[in-house]
Design a protein around this ligand. Structure first.
Ligand code: KG4
Ligand code: ZN
Length: 344
């Protein structure tokens, strides 16, 4: 079965084709970074308009790359939520229209399920069950994953997501958009420990996170009368160290609590090198292992949506015969259920 995947939840337009027998056949991505850079953040209306412009082109491109025609596609999977309502509507409308015209099923997919399953697309995939650390611009969550759709929330951020904290802190340090990668680059040139930032909720005794106070602590440092911008790289390094320390400690606590040894890290912040090195070293020491998506599939992409859709359809998930544009801008991941077959 060949599944066309469409991702348009935020500022990346992603399209891919996943074949349940041959694996990922092709994937194409357009990032809107240049479009939003002047505004210092994503402008929802501009994002929606750009998805409209890019999607038809990317769909043609991805099918050509895979050596397929429209008629070769067996099903369409699209990001139904969570995300920006207007942006989601574009992908959902295109996907449902394509499916209706071709007489094939269209399956709404949860964006975070796409991220969470994306390491299964790698050459050496993890086995269920595992603990997943989802760290993106909008979410920071620890989940116990027993199989597709069997997700139990262990803990999450009570305020800003880790990626959001990186982006907001980068902004107040005067770095460009998107802030996460730029702040990480600057941190690589500095030394942690010269400034001392808090490790929020490190000893809270649960698996929740809080990152908004960290941004305020950085603001306090740079607003002090004796602040010297020459210390910027050291401050960035300390900020990154604080986030990584908390993420790592809570991920280890989640593994201990569940008795599992496999950790899967997904979402944009999973691209952070310091986080990877710290988690790899900690798990190696404990006889466990960390799995990441392929680098190109760390941030938003169509491949993870095509794959999540293919996993569900392959497991016999029933698809509504009625064409309807289904979006859920807010959609808790723990609400998902394993693939449900049609009731006879
Ligand atoms: O998963 P993603 O592409 O989009 C969402 O679904 O949110 O994640 C984007 C987030 C942004 O906040 C971005 O700044 C952050 O991931 N990010 C990073 C790095 N690369 C991307 N944060 C820290 N270090 C990085 N290297
Ligand atoms: Zn994402």
């Amino acid at each position: 079965m060949k599944v066309l995947g469409i991702e348009s939840s935020c500022d990346e337009t992603g399209v891919a084709v996943y074949d349940t027998e041959a694996g990922l056949l092709a994937h194409c991505l357009h990032s809107q970074i240049d479009l939003h850079a002047a505004y210092g953040g994503v402008v929802p209306e501009l994002a929606s308009r750009d998805h409209i412009r890019r999607l038809p082109v990317l769909m043609k491109q991805v099918l050509a790359q895979a050596g397929l025609e429209n008629r070769d596609v067996d099903a369409v999977a699209y990001t139904s939520g969570p995300g920006l309502a207007g942006a989601l509507l574009v992908g959902a409308s295109v996907a449902e229209s394509f499916a209706l015209a071709r007489g094939i099923p269209a399956l709404p997919v949860h964006h975070l399920e796409g991220h969470l399953l994306s390491p299964l697309l790698s050459a050496d995939p993890p086995q269920f069950p595992f603990v997943a650390l989802l760290v993106s611009g909008g979410h920071t969550q620890l989940m116990r994953v027993r199989g597709v759709g069997d997700y139990a929330l262990l803990g999450e951020s009570v305020d800003d997501a880790a990626g959001e904290a990186f982006d907001k802190t980068a902004k107040l340090l005067g770095l460009g958009y998107p802030g996460g990668p730029q702040l990480a680059r600057l941190a690589g040139q500095g030394v942690a420990g010269r400034f001392r930032l808090p490790r929020p909720m490190l000893h809270s005794g649960d698996l929740d996170f809080s990152f908004s106070g960290l941004k305020t602590a950085v603001l306090n440092v740079v607003s002090a009368p004796d602040w010297d911008p020459a210390g910027m790289a050291d401050l960035a390094a300390e900020f990154q160290q604080a986030v990584v320390e908390v993420l790592c400690a809570k991920a280890l606590a989640a593994l201990k609590k569940t008795g599992l040894k496999t950790l899967v890290v997904a979402g944009g912040v999973g691209a952070n090198l310091h986080l990877r090195q710290t988690l790899d070293a900690a798990l190696q020491q404990r006889g466990g292992r960390v799995h990441y998506p392929e680098p190109a599939l760390c941030t938003d992409n169509g491949a993870m949506i095509a794959f999540a859709g293919a996993m569900r359809l392959g497991a016999g998930e029933a698809v509504s015969g009625e064409p309807s544009v289904r979006i859920r801008p807010r959609w808790p991941l723990a609400e998902l259920k394993p693939p449900q077959a049609a009731v006879a």
